[in-house]
Structure formats: structure tokens, C-alpha cells
Design a protein around this ligand. Structure first.
Ligand code: ATP
Ligand code: MG
Length: 563
């Protein structure tokens, strides 16, 4: 017989490979059984959904193992970095629901310590100041089979190196004229080990350290020490750093410091979008989108503005898990999680995007009834809202068809439909303008069919139910509908093709005058709704007192579930 413990063990969701490593380390008492991770963005752009994956992973691991996770800005390249990005990154991490508590760090705060470690490396004879240009170094790099040629400056004395490195720091030399390079292994098949540069000269203003430094550490030199100084136990990064790991370890082994473990995982790629910060910046600067928070962008700020919820992004991240091989995730899976979360919380409203006037000829003129609509049938406690109804209403243009095929269950002359929360109506005639366009449909209603009245007539089965909005009591709003930003699944998959040529010209369409039931009038930025039969919508930040603006977050149809 199975013990309860065994059953529990068997039913436990299986661990991903990073959790397996961590549990092994905990078992062995490594790092005094601490778990300490970090999320280390470079503040050179806004965060995107790939970063969200990394945030959920790092903070999630810390939560799961009772550990800690730092937010650390990897701000070692002053040229591309900016406080605007620092602020947006903090907003995004918080919004996703994670808390770095008092552990907000900046790599630039460690510049002094990193400089001292470099001095130590020089004193050990393992680093030298090199006067070669970047082009010369690259010409001498060799191939994986053929070792690199040694720099003619490789054998400078320790004293000369110390002197030159100090003068580099003091700003005596122009940008690009010298570097500090580690003496590692010119014959290593791993090109990163062939005397990599660890400091370069950059007379640039840094957003935190100002003009204090004119030499800046290279990523490989800086990152391991950042992790070490913060006593990070598991340094999780994406796969492209796998062949940097020997160098990460080599640097940390040269000085007597705490040695974290670097573990690589596959970055998240999504269909129909690009995820490189450089490309996203290009879209923003080229005004191909309205900004970093354009609702079509894969940025966290774009998704927030579009109406995605933190829970939907976290659930998505959990579902896709952690992989060791690069892969591409269908964006429909993300949309599925958005829908699933909003379905539970979004209040239902009726909105007509393309209005067609409908007159109920036998309904008393001047009368208004207040109908009751559920706020959310998924949530009994969500209550109801009042919906005005009168003789003149609007329905969706596409819900009426003059020459309707047999299977058309919406409105056509002679047919009956139910108006949601109201009555069953029958279409009697249409009116047209001089171009033959339908301008009005005339119907009659059956007063005994009022929804919720409990009469036998109200239970009558009709094939179609339409949403509608009262012709006199409603809100007019602008609605923005979104489609994929790109026309192909992998817009940066083809090196010979400029991804900008693959932008979808129809990714945004604007409906200037949609009609919505009046109960949305007090909604504020980010409030979301399900507009019945149309999808999930939220209030956009462009919304003003005189002009409400809504985004369609996502349609109702779930192409993922069916697949
Ligand atoms: P770059 O270094 O080119 O500026 P980056 O996307 O690597 O761009 P970082 O700010 O260095 O940006 O990333 C911060 C963290 O987020 C890193 O640990 C990185 O590995 C992780 N990360 C970035 N992109 C993804 C992605 N698509 N999937 C998962 N993690 C990612
Ligand atoms: Mg990076």
C-alpha cells in the first residue's frame, strides 16, 4: 500500500531543472542552505515579456525556497542608459507583483570594488594594458582551431600596467585607445577566453556616477563580481551566456571572493513580435508605434496599457516553464491566460461598435424601462447594473442581414431574436438611403417576453441573442482594436529581411464612435470590461472627461483552447 507521503510525493508537480539543482544544493547544505537570486536588467530600455519570464523565475524561486531576490540594475554602459528606464523597470516589477524589499542595487555602486579586483589581477600578472585597437585585436583573434596571436603589449611589467591602468582611470587617454585585458588562454577553443577586455575607456556621463569614471568594466568582468558582492547563490541567465560561464568562473577564481553558480535557461520568444531591446527602441524612435507603452508592443508597459493583468502574465510564465533549448511560444497561449483571468473579474457591459438604428414600432414613445444585467455570471457576488431601454436602440450592423443565408441566426426581415436582458423582437422592414444602404430596421416586440419576468413567453426559444444600446442613454467612445504587430510568426527569423517591412499595416484600427451602455461612464484608466460578444476592453490612458477611449485587450475567441 502507498503511504500518504508517497502519494503526495508522486502527485507533486515535477521540478524544473533549476529547481532540481537548487534542491540538491539545499540537501548538501551548499551556501549555508541559502537561496538568493537576482533580476539584473540593464536600464537601456523598457522591460518586455521575456524579462517578465525572468522576473517570475527569479522572484518565484526565491519565494518557493524561502530565499531572497534582488533587483539589480546592471548599469555598466553609460552611453545607452537612462533614469527613465530605471523608473519604468521598477514600476513594471512592482506591477507584476514582486517585491525586492530593501534590496535595490546598482552595479555602478561596485565600480570601486571592481577596480580594486582589477588591480589585484594586474599584480598577479594576469592582466595587462593593451594599446591595440578593437580592429587589430579582432584581426589577431584566430579561429576556434587556430590560437590567437599574442598582443605585443602582453608582457608589460606589473609596474607599467599599474601605472597605465591608473592613468586610464584618471582620464589621460582618449576613448578606444587602450583596454585592460585579462591574460587567460590564447589557445582556448572558447573565444571568450582569449585575453578578453575587462575595462575600456569611455569619457561618458553616467546617470548615477556622473563624471567620476571614464573607464567602465565589461559585462563579463562586472557581472560575476556583482553576483558575488551580493552573495547571490544561483545566478540565472539566458542561454547565450553559456559559453561565457568558463570566464565567469575564471574571474571569480582569481580573487578570494564568494563564488555564485551561473545557470542558463532558454530565453522566451513569442510569435508575431520582436523582443530585442534594440529593435523595440527602433520602433519607438522611428515612430512606428506610439511609444514604449503602445498597446501593440510586447513590453510590460504596453501589455499593462492594453489591459493584460499581472496574474495572466504570471500564469503564462508558469505554464511555459523553464527550458534548456531555445523555443518559440505561440502568443495565443498568452492571450488564453489573459482571457482566463479577465473572465473571472471583468464586469459585462454592452457596446455597439458599428451602430445600426433599430426602432420598435409598437413600443410606447417616450417610455424608458430599466433592465437588469448581471455584472458577471461567473461571479454571483458581482451584482447587477441598470440598463436603460426604450423604443429606439442601436444594434451591431453585422447583426442584421437583408438576404440572409439559412444559418444566419441574427436579425433579418421576418425573423425573431432576443435582445439581451430585454424582449424578443421581430423584424418587420428596413429603411435605406439613396445609395441603398440600410439606415434603420423596424421591429415589433412582444411585451410578454421580458427577460427575467418568468412568463412562459419569456422562456421561448429563439436562435439568436443580440446585444444593443439605448439610442438616447449611452456613452460615445473611441475604441481601438488591435491585431498582431507583425504579419509573420517570426519577423526576425530571416536575416536578409528587414523586420520593419513585416509590420502589419492593420495592427491598429480605430472606431471613432462606438456606443456603450451608460454604466461605464465612471470607469477610469485600466478599468476593464467584457463587452458582450466583442471581447475584453479597458480604459486607455488617452481617455478624457469628454472623450472616453477603450482598448480591446483581447477578443473572446480562444484559438488556443481548440488547438
Ligand atoms: P541586452 O543585454 O541586449 O540589452 P537583454 O534582453 O539581455 O538585452 P537585460 O536587461 O540584460 O536585457 O536582461 C535582464 C535579464 O532578463 C537578464 O537576466 C536576461 O537574461 C533576462 N532576459 C532578457 N530577455 C529575456 C527573454 N527573452 N527571456 C527570458 N529572459 C530574458
Ligand atoms: Mg543582457
Amino acid at each position: 500500500m502507498k503511504t500518504p507521503e508517497l502519494v503526495q510525493e508522486e502527485n507533486r508537480p515535477s521540478l524544473n531543472f533549476i529547481e532540481q539543482i537548487i534542491e540538491q544544493d539545499l540537501k548538501n547544505g551548499k551556501n549555508e542552505s541559502r537561496v538568493h537570486t537576482r533580476f539584473p536588467p540593464e536600464p537601456n530600455g523598457y522591460l518586455h515579456i521575456g524579462h517578465a519570464k525572468s522576473i517570475c523565475l527569479n522572484f518565484g524561486i526565491a519565494q518557493k525556497y524561502n530565499g531572497k531576490c534582488n533587483l539589480r540594475f546592471d548599469d555598466t554602459n553609460p552611453v545607452k542608459e537612462d533614469v527613465e528606464y530605471v523608473d519604468s523597470i521598477m514600476d513594471d516589477v512592482k506591477w507584476l507583483g514582486f517585491d525586492w524589499e530593501d534590496r535595490l542595487f546598482f552595479a555602478s555602486d561596485y565600480f570601486g570594488q571592481m577596480y580594486d579586483y582589477a588591480i589585484e589581477l594586474i599584480k598577479q600578472g594576469k592582466a595587462f594594458v593593451c594599446d591595440l585597437t578593437a580592429e587589430e585585436v579582432s584581426a589577431m583573434r584566430g579561429t576556434p582551431q587556430k590560437p590567437a596571436d599574442p598582443s605585443p603589449y602582453r608582457n608589460r611589467t606589473v609596474e607599467e600596467n599599474l601605472d597605465l591602468f591608473e592613468r586610464m582611470k584618471n582620464g589621460e587617454f582618449p576613448d578606444g585607445s587602450r583596454t585592460l585585458r585579462a591574460k587567460v588562454d590564447l589557445a582556448s577553443p572558447n573565444m571568450h577566453m582569449r585575453d578578453p577586455a575587462i575595462y575600456r575607456i569611455r569619457h561618458a556621463h553616467h546617470h548615477r556616477t556622473g563624471d567620476q569614471w571614464c573607464i567602465y568594466p565589461m559585462y563579463d568582468w562586472a557581472h560575476g563580481f556583482e553576483d558575488s558582492i551580493e552573495k547571490i547563490t544561483h545566478s540565472l541567465c539566458t542561454l547565450e551566456f553559456e559559453n561565457h560561464r568558463p570566464l565567469y568562473d575564471w574571474f571569480l577564481n582569481q580573487v578570494d571572493v564568494f563564488h555564485p553558480q551561473q545557470i542558463e535557461f532558454a530565453r522566451l520568444n513569442l510569435t508575431y513580435t520582436v523582443m530585442s531591446k534594440r529593435k523595440l527602441l527602433e520602433l519607438v524612435q522611428g515612430k512606428l508605434v506610439s511609444g514604449w507603452d503602445d498597446p501593440r508592443m510586447p513590453t510590460i508597459s504596453g501589455m499593462r496599457r492594453r489591459g493584460y493583468t499581472p496574474a495572466s502574465i504570471r500564469n503564462f510564465s508558469d505554464t511555459i516553464g523553464i527550458a534548456k533549448r531555445d523555443n518559440v511560444i505561440d502568443v495565443a497561449l498568452l492571450e488564453h491566460h489573459v482571457r482566463e483571468d479577465l473572465n473571472k473579474t471583468a464586469h459585462r457591459r454592452m457596446a455597439v461598435l458599428n451602430p445600426l438604428k433599430l426602432v420598435i414600432t409598437n413600443y410606447p414613445e417616450g417610455k424608458t424601462e430599466i433592465m437588469n444585467g448581471h455584472n458577471n455570471p461567473e461571479d454571483e457576488n458581482a451584482g447587477t447594473r441598470a440598463i436603460p431601454f426604450s423604443r429606439e436602440i442601436y444594434i451591431e450592423q453585422e447583426d442584421f442581414m437583408e438576404d440572409a443565408p439559412k444559418k444566419f441566426f441574427r436579425l433579418t426581415v421576418g425573423a425573431e431574436v432576443r435582445l439581451k436582458y430585454a424582449y424578443i423582437i421581430k423584424c418587420e422592414s428596413v429603411e435605406k438611403d439613396s445609395d441603398g444602404r440600410i439606415t434603420q430596421v423596424n421591429c415589433t416586440y412582444d411585451p410578454l417576453t421580458k427577460s427575467g419576468s418568468g412568463t412562459e413567453e419569456s422562456q421561448r426559444k429563439v436562435k439568436g441573442t443580440l446585444h444593443w444600446v439605448d439610442a438616447h442613454q449611452h456613452i460615445e467612445a473611441q475604441i481601438r482594436l488591435y491585431d498582431r504587430l507583425f504579419t509573420v510568426e517570426s519577423p526576425d527569423g530571416d536575416k536578409d529581411q528587414d523586420y520593419k517591412d513585416l509590420l502589419n499595416p492593420d495592427s491598429l484600427s480605430v472606431i471613432e464612435r462606438a456606443l456603450i451602455e451608460p454604466s461605464v461612464k465612471d470607469a477610469v484608466y485600466l478599468d476593464h470590461f467584457q463587452f458582450e460578444r466583442q471581447g475584453y476592453f479597458n480604459v486607455d490612458k488617452d481617455s478624457t472627461f469628454s472623450q472616453m477611449v477603450f482598448n480591446r485587450t483581447v477578443g473572446l475567441k480562444d484559438s488556443w483552447k481548440k488547438a
